[in-house]
Design a binder for this molecule. Sequence first.
Ligand code: SAH
Ligand code: ZN
Ligand code: ZN
Ligand code: ZN
Ligand code: ZN
Length: 520
Amino acid sequence: MAAPSSKEKATMAVEAAAAAAEGPGRRRRSGVEMLVSQDTSASPPQCPHGPTLLFVKVSQGKEEARRFYACSACRDRKDCNFFQWEDEKLSEARLAAREIYNRRCQPPLSHMQYVKRYWKFIELPLSQRKFCQTCQQLLLPDDWGKHFDHRVLCDVSIAQLRRPSELLHPLENKKTNAQYLFTKRSCQFLLDLICTLGFRKVLCVGTPRLHELIRLKASGDKESDVKSLLLDIDFRYSQFYMEDSFCHYNMFNHHFFNGKAAFETCRKFLQEDKGVGLILVADPPFGGLVEPLAVTFRKFMDMWREDQSPDNNSKELPVFWIFPYFFESRILQFFPSFSMLDYQVDYDNHTLYKHGKTGRKQSPVRIFTNIPPNKIILPAEEGYRFCTMCQRYVSLENQHCEICNLCTSKDGRRWKHCFLCKKCVKPSWIHCSICNYCALPNHSCAGAKDGCFICGEADHKRTTCPNSSAPKRANKAVRKQKPKKRNKMKMETTKGQSMNHATVRRKKKKKRRGHQYPCS
Ligand code: SAH
Ligand code: ZN
Ligand code: ZN
Ligand code: ZN
Ligand code: ZN
């Protein structure tokens, strides 16, 4: 079979993310791993990516009794194969071996050592400044020998050093395009918006290109100095940023790889100047679980609030959480004060996640925020317009529905109202009298017979299952979705450190459904 093109891979990533967002109710009934609420007092064991998370397997609609710990960051066992039963007792020898292994998996140098190398590097004359593209590493003259047969970039300028996201290649393994960098358009839009709204400090969580743009702007224009701190699992950035502007960090378990010192850097950043003018901007991998991310963002919110004056107590740390639109209901479950903006965020190395006008498809990625949407002006030159009824900017095709009394489109296309469903639906959907809801014309009505994910009964779905208590359900998320057989896909992530926007690859080439847009 021919390897899928990058375009196909991108399409499949969207499908997988959309499938994950649907929740387990629409998926197969067995073999799914669910995240268990992490409120146990026991401290979880550690993998190379910090504290692990507790999961449970579900088969035949029943939770298996034994729960287990697995890596928070890597959704593929190939990338981190940590596994431990919750009730498993490990021998001293095995614990010691694990600790050694975890240490061995850390970057070869400490952040401080990388910083020292950086200072030496910029003192070198241009002709001696080399970057090894094979090892993704700045080279000092002593290292040249070891890299003589590698791909080496010479004459690395200061301007290049200031744009590490262009110097480093986006993290990917051979099969996967994993790190998705903002286009100039999207990155500039975000920064302009941040400045217009009056923010002076940005906590960049998984947004290296935004961090870079902020610093470039700050160095050129002292007047509108915006500060930024980058938290990212990609430790290659330690080579370019000092300890006060980058922390090697895992956003799925709020783990700082450099321990207390890095945590303090972050706390100080959140709390200095009483947290005034600060915003958190995060662009997590789309394959990631919503719940651990929500827990992490909640921690930042609490840390920020700690130092607020009492009269400011009702205020929430402003957040931009960048994520696909089909996660809207999941995100709102955790953050009811958030709303989704119509702005389409797009990416350089993603052929499908492109802006409506230029790309073939429209990007499904949106901004979720607790800033009132009427304060956020979307660019008219890209077709966005203000809806006075909804009091927010909407995309060109998003029509205000008189019946719903909302601009109802989520994907940027014009949606139509279905009187039987009593809501607006995608333009490609028709009302199915067997399923009793709207779906694609060629959907299989069997889907309706799948029934409940928890108990297997046919007359209801997981969300209304009488056999499961609501709080319990709200505390769960799906770790690995096994997609339907006819659509066999495989989740993949990059190796080791970096669990990124999960991408999927089909094992066998099968006939695709009608067209590729997520959930259409
Ligand atoms: N659009 C952003 C990049 C988003 S890609 C930009 O252009 O700046 C997702 C980012 O999250 C990557 O930088 C990746 O290294 C980081 N990341 C992936 N998994 C992570 C984790 N577990 N913890 C912290 N960062 C992570
Ligand atoms: Zn791990
Ligand atoms: Zn409207
Ligand atoms: Zn409607
Ligand atoms: Zn309908």
